[in-house]
Design a protein around this ligand. Structure first.
Ligand code: ZN
Length: 130
């Protein structure tokens, strides 16, 4: 096992363990590495030794904020089409991709009844279409 200090394109640093440096390269090329703070997949080994300068009180976002950023950076906002697209994906008539958006309570109940896996998010999406 090998530990690298990684850094995303927004400057967040975090440590991660890998089986080998080849394993790191493979994961990075495949886009499987993402920043723990902002979810960016533009992640590379940090060139600077981080041991000295990281002692400021951390400006870590709250867990909810991290979740929101993660969703917004990895999923596509589909607004009010959420229920329709979730159902199409479930039926195989739309390509599978992570989405988030807005749905009414009735739409969500209908999706869950048909065993379409949806989760309520504990925040309001930042962009709204209505
Ligand atoms: Zn980041």
């Amino acid at each position: 096992m090998i530990r690298y200090t990684l850094q995303c394109d927004k400057g967040h640093r975090f440590d991660s363990w890998f089986a080998s440096s080849d394993a790191f390269d493979t994961l990075r090329r495949a886009g499987h590495l993402s920043c723990e703070t902002c979810g960016s997949t533009r992640v590379d080994k940090s060139l600077m030794a981080p041991r000295i300068a990281t002692e400021e009180p951390s400006a870590e976002p709250a867990p909810l904020e991290k979740l929101r950023r993660h969703v917004e950076s990895t999923a596509t906002y589909v607004g009010g089409s959420f229920a329709e697209e979730a159902r199409d994906q479930h039926d195989g008539t739309a390509p599978a991709r992570p989405i988030y958006g807005e749905a009414t309570g009735a739409q969500v109940r209908a999706l869950l009844r048909d065993e379409v896996p949806v989760l309520p998010l504990p925040f309001r999406p930042k962009s709204k279409t209505n």
